[in-house]
Write a protein that binds this ligand. Structure first.
Ligand code: NDP
Length: 434
């Protein structure tokens, strides 16, 4: 706390994990002796760098870039890049820390990392985004590699940005390798990567509902926040599984559509021309637009899937959700619930699927993209989607098994932390003090 007092998101993520791990560490004195927890919370390396680029008016702009290489005990560093004005070292460290246990839970060999920049792509032209990505990669390429550190997308880093980043890496290093995931299908990308986080979130939620409540998505009303990559494909899969999704949002406000969100309209607005979600209400009769993104949690629902950003559900929103009949919260975004909100879920017996388990589908398919790149082949959509589904079902099973082992039966949060941790901790002990 003393060392990182100015990084509240990082401290929040660490506190939650360390509290969960108390029963695990009590059973494994060897972890304490090896200083595993002390080492786990200190990144192996943090790189911070200047990103200078020229805008369309010819002015020089300067942003700050980051890559946190957190833990490589079970594989090369792996985790996305986020471009957003709110990015700072603490935000990237919280995301990198979460990534360690998340990646472990997927059962694939990937360590934890994360990166990004305070660059704001809103209102920038394609040419400006390209020049920024090239400048960013000019420095980042010294620190990454297919066997060292393999970045992917996150907020505001999608197919367009990964393409520009990949092109610049290839040009500078003169090397065609799977150094990034989320690539275009023409140059080494995997089918189903775009859909993976949202679909995976629904596979996880469906499995948790089945095992813990003998229930399903069928006939349920679902509130989803965000309208980006995760939200769009969570909506698509929830609808396919028989639910009615009634909301969508962005950082300005939210849509309530009592007839069920028309996803083709959202896709046209967001993927077609990077528009604002407000436009939906102008195009779809019977829907409402409200300013302020927090209001999305006042819409009555059975299941809430937060898919926008960290700390988007606070205590008040969690209480409102519960009062309106919500009994399931599974997290597509990273750390979308504040600690006070989680306490509300726990006090009210809400089925709570924590981000590092529920949204692990994205990085899982990134891991599958790495495998395909190494084999130099491509699997079909169905093949990847089947693997994703079984990985998500496995995460529910391994979380519940760990929760039981450590005396907290049915606790998906403690279970995810424990199951992800034990594998990393054993690898760290075996590899000696590093
Ligand atoms: P996108 O950039 O595609 O979409 C982000 C969405 O969230 C947009 O609708 C955006 O609105 C909204 N949003 C972003 N920041 C804020 C904010 N501060 N307040 C309110 N709304 C906000 O990102 P993704 O869909 O990829 O990521 C969403 C979440 O899922 C993040 O937490 C990310 O870390 C997590 N995640 C993503 C994975 C992936 O594979 N992409 C994998 C695992 C987790 P606006 O357009 O107004 O900014």
């Amino acid at each position: 706390e003393q060392r990182d007092g100015d990084q509240p998101e990082f401290l929040q993520a660490v506190r939650e994990v360390l509290e969960s791990l108390e029963p695990v560490v009590a059973k494994h004195p060897e972890y304490e002796k090896a200083g595993v927890l002390e080492r786990l919370v200190e990144p192996e390396r943090v790189v911070k760098f200047r990103v200078a680029w020229t805008d369309d008016e010819g002015n020089v702009q300067v942003n700050r870039g980051y890559r946190v290489q957190f833990n490589s005990a079970i594989g090369p560093y792996k985790g996305g890049l986020r471009f957003h004005p709110s990015v700072n070292e603490g935000v990237i460290k919280f995301l990198g820390f979460e990534q360690i246990l998340k990646n472990s839970l997927t059962s694939l060999p990937m360590g934890g990392g994360k990166g990004g920049s305070d660059f704001d792509p809103k209102g920038k032209s394609d040419a400006e985004v390209m020049r920024f990505c090239q400048a960013f990669m000019t420095e980042l390429c010294r620190h990454i590699g297919q066997f060292t550190d393999v970045p992917a997308g996150d907020i505001n880093v999608g197919g367009r940005e990964i393409g520009y980043l990949f092109g610049q890496y290839k040009r500078i290093r003169d090397e065609y390798s799977g150094v990034l995931t989320g690539k275009g299908l023409e140059f080494g990308g995997s089918l189903a990567r775009t859909e993976a986080t949202g679909y995976g979130l629904c596979y996880y939620t469906a499995e948790a509902l089945r095992v813990l409540k003998n229930d399903s998505f069928k006939g349920k009303t679902v509130a989803i926040s965000g309208s980006g990559n995760v939200a769009i494909f969570a909506t698509e899969k929830a609808q396919a599984l028989g639910a009615k999704v009634v909301t969508a949002s962005d950082s300005n406000g939210y849509i309530y559509d009592p007839n069920g969100i028309q996803l083709d309209v959202v896709k046209d607005i967001k993927l077609g021309h990077r528009g604002r979600i407000k436009e939906y209400a102008e195009r779809v009769p019977g829907s409402e637009y409200h300013e302020g993104c927090k209001g999305v949690w006042t819409v009555p629902c059975d299941i809430a899937l937060p898919c926008a950003t960290q700390n988007e559900i606070d205590e008040e929103s969690a209480k409102t959700l519960v009062a309106n009949g919500c009994t399931v919260v599974c997290e597509g975004a990273n750390m979308p619930s504040t600690p006070e909100a989680i306490a509300v879920y726990q006090a009210n017996n809400v089925l709570y699927g924590p981000a590092k388990a529920a949204n692990a589908g994205g990085v899982a398919v990134s891991g599958l993209e790495m495998s395909q790149n190494s084999y130099r082949l491509s699997w079909s959509f169905e093949e990847v989607d089947d693997k994703l589904k079984s990985i998500m079902e496995n995460i529910v099973a391994s979380s519940l098994a760990a929760a039981k082992e450590y005396g907290h039966e049915g606790d998906l949060m403690l279970g995810a932390n424990a199951a992800g941790f034990v594998k990393v901790a054993n690898a760290m002990v075996a590899q000696g003090v590093l």
